[in-house]
Structure formats: C-alpha cells, structure tokens
Design a binder for this molecule. Structure first.
Ligand SMILES: Nc1nc2c(ncn2[C@@H]2O[C@H](COP(=O)(O)OP(=O)(O)OP(=O)(O)O)[C@@H](O)[C@H]2O)c(=O)[nH]1
Length: 605
C-alpha cells in the first residue's frame, strides 16, 4: 500500500473563483503544468474542463479537483489541492460546498474587464465561508489591461485589500511562480483534529460504469482508510471503503486520507443519492455527533416536459434520463402525458443552463430527437381552507370557480453590471420584466451596478437573451433566490379548432398574457398548413378569447403539379406526403406539424 500522508501544515486547499472567461481554467492548467503534475506531452488544454460540452461552451459545469506538489522557496514541498468550481449561477450551491472544502480562494479578475457580476457573487460566497481570498489580476499581457483600475475596483467594490494582488498572464505564463508562492504564504494550512471522529464533507461525486460512485471528499476531522466502515449522515447507509486516494490529476490510490486532505472514496455503491453534495461522511465505529453545516438537498428551480419526437424512442429516453441521473442527483423526472405530445417526462432542473445541458446531452450522447416544452418555474397555490401546494405545469393551474386562490411565484434579486451607456436600456428591460428597482451605483467612471428584484419566471423566459442584445453582450448578470411573492397570474390556453393544445398553454402575468398569446397564435398561423376546412386559432383566458387568427380552407392536391403520365414521380410525391403525415400530430380534426411545436416552444416574446 502506498502511503501519502502529508502533515497539515504542508497542505493548502483552495478554489479559483472568477467570472466566466476571466481565465480560471487556463490558470489552473498553468499551475498543474508548471509543477510537473502532468508531463507536458500529456497536457491537453483545459485539463480540468473535461466534458466535451464544457469545452464547447467554454464554461466549467462539473467541478474537478487536482493535487499539485510544489517545492516552495522555503525549501519545503507543499501539497496544493485545487478544487475547481462550476462557473454558473445554476450551480451556486455546488460552488458553496466546494468552497466549504477549502481554506482559501484565488479571486481571478481579468485585467481588461475588471470586476463582473459573477465575480461578486462567488467572492461573497467565499467570504461567507471565512475563506482567505487572494486577489489575482490575470491577462496582464493584453494591451487593454489596466492593473491599477482593477486593483481599485477590487478594493472599492468587493472591499478586500488588493495591494498585494498577484499579477499573472495565464496565457504567457507570467506570474505563475509568484502565484504559487502566494498560495503557500497567504492561504492558511488546515487546522483540523487528526484523531477526532471522522467527519468528511462531500463536495462532488460522479458515477463510473466500472467502479460505481466516486465520492469527492474533504476530510475535516479524523482519517479515512481503505477497509474502514463509513456511514453517510443523511441516509444512514453504511459502506466499506474499497479505495481512497488523491487526484494527481487521475485517481491515485493512497488508501489513506488524513485530516485536512482532499481526495476520493470508492465504496462500490451505485447510488449517487448516497453521495450528495454537502452531506457528511463519518465512521460507523466512532461516529461524529453532528453533521457538517450547510447540507441541503438539490432543489429544482426550472421544470419542463421532455417528449421524444418518435414515440418509439420513449423507452430509450427513459433509460437515457436514468443514466444521466446516475451522475446528477439534482436532475428529477417523472412520467407525464400530453394530449398533443404523447408520452414523455416532466423533468426538474437547477436552472436554464442545467436544462440546456441535459437536453443537449440526450440529443448528442443518446441520439434522441426530442421536444422540450417551455420551461416553467414552481408556483405555490393557496386556496381557502386547503393546505398550500405547488405546481410546475400549466396544466395543473387552478381554473376559475374555485373560490379565492392566491398564486405565489419565486423571486430573485439580480445584480447587473454594465457600461454606463446601457443603464437606461437595462432598467427599461428590468421594468418590462416586472422588476422592482432596488439600487444603482457607479462602480467607477465607466460602469454601474444595477440591482432589481424580479420574478424568476421572467428570467427563465428570455431575460439573458434580451439583456445580451440590449447591451451588445457587455452586461454581466448574477442572481440569488429571495423567496415567493404573490402575483396576478393566469393560465392562457391555446385552442386550435376549438380544442386546447396542452403543450402550448402557459402561465403569465395578466398584463403580459395577451401579448404572449398573440405571438403564439400568429406563429401557428404561419406554420400550420391550410387544410380542407377553416381553422380558428385562439388564445383564451378561461372562456375569454384574447387573440385570434384564422387559417383559411384549402384543398391540397400535391399531384396537380405533375402533368402527363409520370406515374413514378406522382408516387414519390404521395409517399413523401405520407411520411410528412407521420410527423404530424392530430389535434381534434387538425393535423399540426411537429415543427409547429418546436418553433412555438422555442419562441420567446
Ligand atoms: N490574453 C490572455 N488571454 C487569456 C489569459 N488567460 C486566459 N485567457 C483566454 O481567455 C479565455 C477564457 O479563459 P478560460 O480559462 O477558459 O476562462 P474560465 O474563467 O475558465 O472560463 P469558465 O470555465 O467559463 O469559468 C480563453 O480564450 C483563454 O485563452 C491571459 O492571461 N491572457
């Protein structure tokens, strides 16, 4: 058995926090490379961002971890454990748990861009955990770099001293040695109890087809050894430790993890639910009394129905979602049926990005063609003399005639940082999105931070896209949940030939219902082919029609184009028409092409 016990004073556990694109992954790669953790020839760019999708989107979705050995100027060799964190608001809870596994964080700020909204969100999380924050000003090689301005921003906006900020260029390798020295100097060594009862924090996990669940832990107190019997606090399930070790960067079995260490544990379990982020691992023989603070179950914020385009794919879709769930305790699903779309699944996601990733993976990795219904949030329904319940599907929205009903919706508090020329446009957008103004402050002479409280449903709809187009991509945005508030909300039905099409119904604020209904009705008029009878398309609020279009009758004769006796061509056309029909959904007496669903469900107002 290989022993790898490093005393606590030689350990440094840290994360890198940064706004998207400020260079977190490039910097991590540099640290790994410069310490010879990975041979240069094995170095592929952005080692830590391992998923293809992450590489493509250029963002970190799943946290990774690596142990780096660094011989410092004081002659001692330190064990640096770098815990990568996801860079998106959807995963804020995961970020907070990764930070909880550290004593310090490198705050990376782009020297040309300055402090952005996401920088703020993450740095506050780190300060809440009492981490030592080491400012790093990156991309100093850029001609537009303005180190002094960024230094001032870090001090004024975040409120931490930046006179000793490390200056780096992750791209050209400048300042990497200084950064390694700063990690050793400023980030405190762990100071945990080595012989207390085992207490380890789960900060991530993933499922491996051959080895089962790999659990990423930070040992707080005590020791984990191969062969130990351990227990998961929230589920009370017990396991034998089959293997444990560190990431360097592949899994490297050391078979012992002492207090202050970061590494992995394999028990052979196949259930990710025994390895939930934030949960505590303890020993069966000598358990700790209380779990570590801060654990909560992953909570879905955004919901949508996923339906296979071909009904034959239903079972494949179920299997694929189950497989993805093996690796993702925050993905929930249950079977659902829609009159219009057939059999599918109602899924819960942490946020829009999470949803986009799952849908994209189902398409790419599992080769399933699918339609997703418009994303919805969770509403709280209060009826007189009934306990409160929640709904996330417009189908379950209470109809009229049910006495006094109060509907509450989730709200967020959002911070937007923009160049000052865009302040007016952004504030107008926030008002349109039912935002409640909180504050506006200038960060420096060029940029402002605007804070609004807004309904999450509006963010989910199309806020990012709108914000991007109004600010030419210069705005950065971050938000946190602040609870539920009552809203004047209604359900809008879309009727085709008098029949409601469930997949198109939506919940909206009364003031927006008509405009959104109108857009869908107009879109459907364009897409649904004329048929042999007139088809009214209507948006309705209960019995009240709020928008209407009519598709005029038309007798479609595809063979009319073929003159003479070209029988084979006629046959081909008829076959084509038949195949086209398969892709139609029958709603009452009307056939709606699949693309109508896709284009309406993709539609934002
Ligand atoms: N000029 C210059 N470019 C850099 C430097 N560091 C990173 N970049 C570039 O900036 C872009 C973003 O870098 P990443 O390392 O992917 O950024 P990130 O912060 O990891 O992004 P997320 O994973 O989305 O959080 C890439 O195109 C890098 O090549 C630097 O020091 N100088």
């Amino acid at each position: 058995m290989r022993r790898n016990v490093v005393s606590q004073e030689l350990k440094r556990n840290f994360s890198i926090i940064a706004h998207i694109d400020h260079g977190k992954s490039t910097l991590a790669d540099r640290l790994i490379q410069s310490t010879g953790t990975v041979a240069d020839r094995d170095m592929q760019n952005q080692l830590l961002d391992s998923m293809d999708l992450e590489k493509e989107k250029g963002i970190t979705i799943k946290a990774n971890t690596v142990t780096i050995n660094y011989k410092a100027n004081d002659g001692k060799t330190y064990q640096l454990n770098l815990i990568d964190t996801p860079g998106h608001v959807d995963f804020i809870y995961e970020v907070s748990r990764s930070l909880a596994a550290c004593e310090g964080a490198l705050l990376v700020v782009d020297a040309a861009q300055g402090v952005e909204a996401q920088t703020l969100a993450n740095v506050y999380l780190a300060l809440e955990q009492d981490l030592e924050v080491v400012p790093v000003i990156n991309k100093i090689d850029l001609p537009a770099a303005d180190v002094e301005k960024v230094r001032n921003e870090i001090e004024d906006v975040i409120g931490i001293p930046a006179d000793e900020a490390v200056l780096t260029s992750a791209k050209s390798g400048i300042g990497i040695e200084d950064l390694l020295e700063a990690i050793v100097k400023f980030i405190p060594a762990p100071a945990n109890s080595e012989d207390g009862p085992l207490k380890a924090l789960i900060f991530d996990s993933h499922f491996d087809d051959y080895r089962g669940v790999i659990t990423y832990v930070r040992v707080v107190d005590g020791t984990i050894k191969k062969g130990d019997k351990i227990k998961i606090f929230s589920t009370n399930h017990q396991f034998d430790v089959l293997e444990c070790g560190i990431f360097s960067p592949g899994m490297n079995p050391t078979n012992i993890l002492t207090a202050g260490s970061v590494g992995y544990v394999i028990t052979g379990t196949k259930s990710i639910h025994d390895s939930q982020v934030g949960d505590t691992v303890t020993s069966v023989k000598n358990p700790c009394e209380r779990p570590l603070e801060g654990y909560r179950k992953a909570q879905s914020m955004v919901f949508a129905g996923l339906y296979p385009i071909s009904t034959d794919d239903y079972e494949d879709l179920r299997e694929a979602i189950e497989k993805l769930q093996l690796n993702d305790a925050s993905l929930t699903f249950e079977p659902e049926t829609s009159l219009a779309l057939g059999f599918g699944f109602r899924c819960g996601f942490l946020g829009l990005l999470h949803m986009e990733i799952i849908v994209e993976r189902l398409r790419r990795e599992y080769d399933i063609d699918l339609i997703s219904t418009s994303p919805s949030v969770e509403y709280r329904i209060h009826k007189e003399n009934e306990p409160m319940y929640t709904i996330d599907n417009p189908e379950d929205f209470p109809g009229g005639g049910q006495g006094k009903v109060i509907v509450e919706e989730p709200y967020i508090k959002g911070n937007i940082i923009v160049p000052k020329d865009y302040v007016g446009g952004v504030m107008e957008l926030c008002q349109l999105k039912r935002g409640v103004y909180v504050s506006m402050n200038y960060i420096d002479d060029t940029r402002a931070m605007i804070t609004y409280e807004m309904p999450l449903a509006e963010i989910v709809l199309d806020f990012y896209d709108k914000l991007k187009s109004r600010t030419k991509g210069y705005a950065s945005f971050e938000y946190e949940m602040i609870g539920y508030r009552p809203g004047n909300l209604v359900k809008v039905n879309i009727l085709v030939s008098g029949e409601p099409v469930d997949a198109f119904s939506f919940i909206a604020h009364t003031d927006h219902a008509q405009a959104r209904g109108r857009i869908i009705v107009e879109k459907l008029k364009e897409i649904i082919p004329r048929q042999q009878f007139e088809i009214p398309i209507q948006a309705a609020l209960g019995a009240k029609i709020i928008a209407r279009e009519t598709i005029r009758a038309f007798r479609k004769n595809v063979t009319a184009k073929c003159y003479g006796g070209d029988i084979s061509r006629k046959k081909k056309l008829l076959e084509k028409q038949k195949a086209g029909k398969k892709r139609m959904k029958q709603i009452g007496n009307v056939e709606i092409p699949q693309e109508a669903f896709i284009s309406v469900l993709k539609l934002s107002d």
